[in-house]
Design a binder for this molecule. Structure first.
Ligand code: URA
Length: 480
């Protein structure tokens, strides 16, 4: 009997090396026991693995199809998978076409395992929910997930791409994946007690789910197949699924009664009244009040109001256009690609980002859905005007010395009228209330420039503009 001990549950290279040597050494599948270092079956293995056979001659090859299937199937949780794969490999030596025989029991088992692994990978992509640890610039996002198979390494690159600009960790009982904004790393699994509990992002997920829930399209069975109940315990939105289903009939009735709906328009959430509170300039109270803003229709499709952030005594206030897709989900301004570009330029210009208040002219994400993507739409003048009250009240609360308007929408809000960027950029302009304004381009404009040379040049101009802000910030901190 040959005892093979693999390094980890997902050690495909170790399995391949051992399997190849065993096949060339003519070792029958029934004469091999496969275990994983430290795994349960390892308890019954001999203290040392069998020495790998010395095989100096002979070659054989297998199809790419088998290799692809084996790479996936090896991530299945069935402890027999290594042996099944070896048995199939052994049989493929003399019959290359066997891999095409779907009715063969080994081929069928391996194919089913590979499929189950990919299904689990897709479920992980769909059902990981991050919770925020820390706030704002020191925020870290942590999720707890219980995969059915050993898929963490397989699924992690998806999250690195999707959430490239936020540091996150996905904790699982098998393995934990971490992203620091640059590289993925993995550490051993942990228990659920180490995962964070409720946070304010829960509410965001719930309102996001409620906003995309279409009662007229409700098919409970199909929904439960897509979102099996076993995942519910880790989904913040799970608590509202039952009430939404129960309310679906009434909501559908109301939609029909309201009639004349355009089927091509996204489903709207029912109108909720705007909560009016006594006017205040306290930033936290303002933020809370803005969370219920209904001054224009944009709140209906956006996930949440994305209010400004930063110290309430900031000398510099940066104004962007509106939150993008990432900001809408995260609830913070400038956390997406434009935010990364902005951070880099601020650092290069010598602006202390921690001391800057960052906000947007429009506080809800405006978009049109295109399949699964939400395409950014430029805010229209009525939306900019409706949202200006929040900008004005942020200015009153913070009393900044300098307001930097990034792009045309921000300039329109800051000056209260359409203001061309090209004619005004790069110099201090007096505002009627005695503050200074500085107009520059929006970082998204730089991201969109296709020509690398133009991009580099425009980026430098952007940094030069921000240096004006840096000088004012330095002067203010010397005076303080
Ligand atoms: N663009 C903006 O104008 N604001 C954001 O918060 C993000 C992208």
């Amino acid at each position: 009997m040959q005892y093979i001990i693999l390094d980890t549950e997902t050690d495909f290279d170790g399995w391949r090396t051992a399997a190849r040597t065993l096949v060339l050494g003519h070792v029958q599948p029934t004469d091999v026991t496969w275990t994983v270092q430290g795994g349960e079956a390892d308890l019954f293995a001999p203290p040392a693995p069998s020495p790998i056979l010395e095989v100096n001659e002979g070659t054989f090859s297998v199809s790419g199809k088998f290799v692809d299937l084996a790479k996936s199937a090896i991530l299945h949780r069935d402890p027999e998978r290594f042996a099944i794969l070896y048995r199939l490999l052994w049989r493929l030596r003399d019959n290359h076409d066997l891999i095409e025989v779907a009715t063969d029991s080994d081929v069928g088992q391996v194919t089913a395992m590979a499929r189950a692994v990919h299904r689990d990978e897709h479920k992980m992509h769909a059902f990981v929910r991050f919770r925020e640890i820390g706030r704002e610039r020191s925020a870290h996002y942590v999720a707890w997930f219980e995969p059915e198979h050993h898929i963490v390494e397989l699924a992690a690159p998806f999250f690195a791409k999707r959430f490239a600009d936020m540091p996150w960790s996905i904790l699982t009982p098998d393995l934990c994946a971490h992203w620091d904004g640059h590289a993925l790393s993995f550490t051993p699994g942990v228990s659920k007690s180490e995962a964070p509990g409720e946070d304010r992002l829960e509410e965001t997920w719930r309102s996001y789910y409620a906003s995309i829930f279409n009662p007229a399209r409700l098919k409970v069975k199909a929904m439960q197949t897509e979102m099996p109940k076993k995942y519910w315990r880790n989904l913040p939105e799970a608590s509202i699924i039952k009430p939404l289903i129960e309310d679906a009939e009434r909501m559908t009735g109301a939609m029909i009664a309201n009639a004349a709906t355009d089927p091509h328009k996204p489903q709207r959430r029912p109108e909720a009244p705007m909560i009016r509170r006594p006017a205040t300039n306290d930033l936290d109270a303002l933020r809370e009040e803005a969370a219920h803003c209904r001054a224009c229709p944009l709140y209906k499709d956006a996930t949440q109001t994305v209010f400004g952030e930063g110290p309430d005594n900031a000398t510099i206030m940066l104004v962007g256009e509106q939150p993008g897709d990432k900001e809408d989900l995260a609830g913070h301004p400038f956390v997406g690609p434009a935010g990364q570009m902005l951070d880099r330029a601020l650092a290069e210009a010598g602006v202390n980002r921690e001391k800057v208040y960052v906000t947007n002219a429009v506080k809800h994400f405006k978009f049109v859905p295109r399949g699964k993507i939400r395409l950014h739409q430029k805010p229209a003048t009525p939306e900019i005007k409706a949202c200006r009250q929040w900008y004005e009240r942020e200015v009153s609360a913070i009393q900044p010395e300098l307001i930097v308007a990034m792009g045309a929408t921000a300039a329109q809000s800051v000056f209260g009228k359409i203001t061309p960027v090209g004619k005004t950029r790069g110099r201090l302009i007096d505002l009627p209330d005695g503050r200074k304004a500085l107009v520059t381009v929006h970082p998204s404009y730089l991201l969109r420039l296709p020509d690398p040379e133009a991009k580099a040049l425009e980026y430098q101009r952007f940094v030069e503009d921000l240096k004006i802000a840096a000088a004012m910030q330095r002067k203010a901190s010397r005076a303080a």
